[in-house]
Each structure stands twice: as C-alpha cells, then as structure tokens.
Design a protein around this ligand. Structure first.
Ligand code: RAM
Length: 338
C-alpha cells in the first residue's frame, strides 16, 4: 500500500497531477509558465486567470509568476528558475525590450518555447508576441481622445508605466507621431511621466504634473494602474472638469471615475481574453502546430481562429482585436466583467 502511495505521489510530482485530474491529452504533464510585469496589478491578475483557464481546459498545468517590482533583473531571476524547472513554454510580459535576451535565449536553448504577451521582448528573444490590439491604432485613438477632451487645444501630459515598458513605449511613439500631424498642432505635450505601474508613484507623479503645469487640460495614462491613480487624484482634489483623464483602464477600477466625470471615457480590451489567447499560443508552440511564423493559423478555443502576422518591430504577433471604448452609457455593463 505504502509503495502504491509513493508511486502515486512521485507521478503527481512529475506530471503535476494532470494525469489524474484531467486524463491523458496532448497537454498532460506539460507545464506552461507565465511571468507578468509585477505583483499587485489587477490587469495582470486577469491576464493570468485567462491563461490558466485556457491551459487547464487543454489538460496542462501552469506556473504563474510576477516579481514584486517591475524590473527586468527580477524577471531574469524568475526565468532562470523556470528553466531549471523545465517548463514546456514560457510567456513573458517583458519589463524591458532587450535586457531579457540572454536569459530568454538560454531558455530557448533548453528547449522551452518562449513568446511574449502584452509587453513585447525583442524579436530575437521570442517566437511570437500576443498583442492585445493594434499598437498604432491605440496611439492614434488616445491622441484623438485627448484632443476631444481638451477641446482641440492646450497642454496635455502622458502618465505611463515604467520607462522601459515596451508596450507603453510603443504606444507613446505612435502618440508622438500622431501629435506631429497638423490637426494636433494646438495640442502641446508638456511631459511624459512614469508611475512605474505602482499606485503610490502614479499618484505622486500625477500630483507633480498638476503642480508643474497648472494649465494642464488632459492626462493620457496608457496603463490601468496609472489611469486609476490619476483619476483618483483629480477626484480627491476637486479638479473634475478642469483636468480630464483618459487612456487605458479596467472598467472595474474606473467605473466610479467614468461616472463622476474625472475620466469622460477610456479604452481597453478584455485582459482575460489576452491571457486565454496566450494559452493557445503556448500549446500551439509546444505541440508544433505553430512555430511563430507569419501566416500560420490556429484555433484559440472559444475565441476562434487567429493568424500570426508581421509585427511593427520586424517580428511576428497575434492580435486579439480592436480596443473598446468605455463611457458613461456602457460602463455599468462592464464593471463586473473585468
Ligand atoms: C497596465 C500594464 C499592462 C498594460 C495595461 C494597459 O496594467 O502596464 O502591461 O497592458 O496597463
């Protein structure tokens, strides 16, 4: 009897319990890792939950990790541990575009299928990238929102995540290109501030913006942590209507501010779906159904069919879909969804 229990325990360790819980499938025994930017970010938690749902429904198991602070160094340590744990795939939400290349190459050389999601790593470090929405469109949409909310002219600022976050940096590049168009010549981007996706730093950066630029009309925060912090500052200081906040936010965190007018409207996509789509990229890569090349097609469970396309950085990507606008008329329908 003892021997049977010991064998069962050993198998559980080797196969992560999948054989017993889910029966045999192509994914049985495979462990898929997901490394987010940092802990304490509800957006990241939703991505990870979608990823876990998708992997589990295919019979695999997950390891979900995130460092305390959004640095590349902390992620490098985590990836090293995951290489030692011999995971089958590794999804990285990069805290830096280039800095993870050596450790991700080491992972690739160890046979791990490496891809990025949300915040990309450079094409040499990944097989493909899971992108939530077209990056250029996000940049253009947020500038148009700031233009509209500022009434066509005046000072605007950006409150971003970390200065190394490749997703925010790409969106900001496209915002700057858009702002260079004649239509926006009366909008003046006075500062790009970095709240590091930390709530307190985002609050203090918002406060400094208000102090340094008393005529500021709009803050664009292309980060769910930043936008919620900035809208709270505007609300607490009685500045609703004077300074407007827009950007990318979670409906659950922003419903209050969309309703009170501090954020007239904002955009996002479904972060649970981003993670879920990632889970099908993981299994597609580990089963060899896809390799990450442009033109390959795969089915992502309940989300349907996707095609791998060329990314603006020269690598490839899988695009979830267009961003969605959240405003007073629909925010109550979404606030309990994500
Ligand atoms: C924050 C993170 C994440 C980004 C969203 C919009 O939660 O920076 O990476 O995609 O905002």
């Amino acid at each position: 009897m003892k021997r049977v229990v010991a064998i069962a325990l050993a198998l559980t360790v080797v196969f992560g319990g999948v054989l017993f819980a889910g029966g045999r499938s192509a994914e049985s025994g495979k462990v898929h890792a997901f490394v987010f930017k940092s802990t304490g970010n509800p957006y990241g938690e939703r991505q990870m939950s979608g990823f876990e749902t998708g992997i589990k429904e295919q019979g695999g198991t997950v390891i979900l990790r995130a460092p305390d602070l959004p640095t590349a160094e902390a992620q490098i340590q985590m990836v090293d541990q995951l290489i030692a744990q011999k995971v089958a795939s590794l999804c990285i939400v990069g805290n830096d575009f280039d800095a993870l290349q050596p450790v991700l190459t080491k992972a690739k050389d160890a046979g791990i299928k490496v891809y990025s999601l949300d915040s990309s790593v450079n094409p040499a470090s990944r097989l493909t990238h899971v992108n939530q929405a077209d990056s250029e469109k996000i940049g253009q949409t947020l500038v148009e929102a700031a233009f509209d909310q500022a009434g066509g002219s005046g000072e605007i600022a950006i409150l971003s995540a970390t200065s190394q976050a490749s997703n925010q940096n790409l969106w900001i590049d496209y915002m700057q290109k858009e702002l260079a168009k004649p239509k926006y010549s009366s909008l003046n981007l006075v500062k790009i501030a970095y709240g590091d996706d930390l709530r307190d730093k985002s609050v203090s950066e918002t406060e400094s913006l208000l102090l340094s630029y008393p005529n500021l009309k709009v803050i664009i925060a292309p980060t769910t942590v930043g936008i919620a912090a900035a809208a709270k500052v505007i609300t607490d200081r009685g500045l609703i209507g004077k300074v407007k906040i827009t950007g990318l936010g979670l409906p659950s965190e922003m419903a209050e501010y969309i309703t009170n007018g501090s954020c007239p409207y904002m955009y996002l996509w479904n972060p649970i779906d981003v993670g879920y789509l990632g889970s099908y990229v993981a299994t597609g890569l580990t089963t060899g159904k896809i390799t990450g090349k442009e033109g390959e097609k795969f089915t992502a469970g309940r989300l349907g069919e996707y095609t791998i396309t060329k990314a603006p950085d020269g690598g490839t990507e899988v695009l979830l879909g267009p961003p969605f606008k959240f405003e007073p008329s629909n925010i109550n329908d979404w606030k309990s969804v994500y």
